[in-house]
Design a protein around this ligand. Structure first.
Ligand code: KIV
Ligand code: ZN
Length: 521
């Protein structure tokens, strides 16, 4: 076993983040390679023990992401998912070649319904596949995780036999997925206790939880698993994942931190980085965070009613079980105005976790000055939005140069748009059913394409009518989806930028083929 599998106190719980694998499988949550690297580096920095970076056989893009994540991650174990077949396992092994610490996570279904209808295999053949897949994965690495998919609907005797065989073949982590989010805490905890009790070699492996949230019980089930002996939790930032998602990392970490009296377990996570991770994942996937979401929702630390506000003023402990600062939300986020200089701006970028090159800092500083001219107060969130916008615009083929809109009650609305297309400026006037439609039609005339608009979302970065609008646009072409973002005080300019940023990503994606697209739950 590797160090991070063994060298832990009895109460240390490993955090296995699968935002880039199970999370990315949520319809529409796809991320570009650069976005995945950004997320992976942040997860590594915040102390995640294992980062599941993707499913290498699924596509060349997935292979490349796992490979690149493996190259940049410094501390965490980097994991690649594989079905039980030889090709899957070898592809995962190859993708992880450059990892400082790599793990192959292989899985096969063990429940009667999955074996009969999905795999169309007999239980004895599945058991053989468990042994051969783990054995093959061990040829690549001594860090092998095995999962019985749909474990919570698997017969206990058979589950014990499979787990025992997997450990005998060399699995060092045994993950117990509640694939369909069917379990309840008492039952899931009892399942982990049963495995600890009945599988003779169970002490040779770390037991892991992987709970889906179909009944809203993913976090509760994971914690019940830990209370009964599991020492790894699989989870995602903001709880994104298949269907209703996975257990939310931020809820797990803060539940263990705040209620250490009831659950005496530690994680290695720097909880003050949670808000940043939540924002980053929400922004790159364009999945908004529910306002009242525990820990990271906009209202999680807001106190509206008079009675609550009065209590808070007297003593914050009256209505606050943890401080906003403990999850990385700073109370005084008002930053700078138009008189702030380069040095202060660079320092602010560092504080916000950005490590930009000289040119990128200069571009961001210019945008910040423009914004400070238009907007009375510039908040941390404004700076995050404009830097993310600058990064999203990147070095793409297309750039928005100018946009003029005619709109109002007398339609049709009209957009005059100038785009820079590979260094050449082109202008067009287009009409549409509203200014956004007119703008997108203008982009379509200047750069004809077949992509369909799947999502158009506007979000105010801060409060007030002078707030920046952060626009997300999701485009789909031949089954490939990309998300573009744009931020500006002018919502229509932000919309044009978001659309163009999505198109730039699509152009990059077109160059990469996806021979064997598939999904795992
Ligand atoms: O939910 C599930 O069963 C999975 C496995 C691939 C671990 O995601
Ligand atoms: Zn899953």
């Amino acid at each position: 076993m590797s160090q991070s599998q063994t060298d832990q106190s009895a109460n240390r719980v490993l955090i296995f983040d699968t935002t880039l694998r199970d999370g990315e499988q949520s319809p529409g949550a796809s991320m570009t390679l650069e976005e995945k690297l950004q997320v992976a580096e942040l997860l590594d920095e915040m102390g995640v023990d294992v980062i599941e970076a993707g499913f290498p056989i699924a596509s060349n893009g997935d292979f490349e992401s796992v490979q690149e994540v493996a190259r940049v991650v410094k501390n965490a174990v980097v994991c690649g998912l594989a079905r039980a077949g030889e090709k899957d396992i070898d592809r995962a092994g190859e993708a992880l070649r450059d990892a400082k610490q790599g793990r192959i996570h292989t899985f096969i279904s063990t429940s009667p319904v999955h074996m009969k209808h999905k795999l169309q295999m007999e239980p004895e053949d599945v058991l053989d596949a468990v042994i051969s897949s783990v054995t093959r994965a061990r040829n690549w690495t001594d860090n092998v995780e095995w999962s019985p998919e749909d474990a919570t609907r698997t017969e206990h005797d058979y589950l014990c036999a499979c787990v025992e065989a997997a450990i005998k073949a060399g699995a060092t982590t045994i993950n117990i997925p509640d694939t369909v989010g069917y379990s309840v805490p008492e039952e899931y905890g009892a399942l982990i206790a049963m495995l600890k009790e009945r599988v003779p070699n169970i002490d040779k492996a770390v037991i892991s939880t992987h709970c889906h949230n179909d009944l809203g019980l993913a976090v509760a089930n994971s914690l019940a698993g830990v209370a009964n002996g599991a020492r790894q939790i699989e989870c995602t930032i903001n709880g994104i994942g298949e269907r209703a998602g996975n257990a939310a990392l931020e809820e797990i970490v803060m539940a263990l931190k705040v209620r250490g009296d009831a659950m005496p377990f530690d994680t290695g996570i720097d909880s003050e980085m949670i808000a940043r991770a939540s924002k980053l994942v929400s922004s790159v996937t364009a999945f908004p965070v529910q306002y009242n979401k525990a820990i990271v929702g906009q209202n999680a630390f807001a106190h509206e009613s008079g009675i609550h506000q009065d209590g808070m003023l007297k003593n914050t402990q009256t209505y606050e079980i943890m401080t906003p600062e403990s999850v990385g939300i700073s109370k005084s986020s008002l930053v700078m105005g138009k008189h702030s200089g380069r040095h202060a701006f660079r320092k602010k970028l560092e504080e916000l976790g950005y490590d930009l090159g000289q040119n990128a800092v200069e571009d961001a500083f210019r945008r910040f000055k423009d914004l400070a001219d238009k907007k009375k107060h510039v908040f941390d969130d404004d700076i995050v939005a404009l830097v993310d916008d600058e990064m999203a615009a990147g070095e793409g083929v297309l750039k928005v140069v100018a946009l003029k809109i005619v709109c109002g009650t007398e339609g049709p609305q009209e957009a005059t748009l100038t785009l820079d297309i590979s260094g050449e400026e082109k202008t067009v006037v287009a009409t549409g059913d509203g200014p956004v439609d007119a703008t997108f039609n203008a982009i379509g005339e200047l750069f004809p394409h077949e992509a369909h608009l799947q999502l158009y979302q506007v979000h105010a970065v801060t409060e007030g009518t002078d707030a920046q609008a952060e626009v997300s646009v999701r485009l789909e072409e031949d089954g490939k989806t990309v998300t573009g973002r744009g931020a500006e005080t002018d919502t229509l300019v932000a919309s044009a930028r978001a659309y163009v940023s999505a198109l730039n990503k699509l152009i990059v994606k077109r160059r990469k083929s996806a021979p064997e697209a598939l999904q795992a739950s």
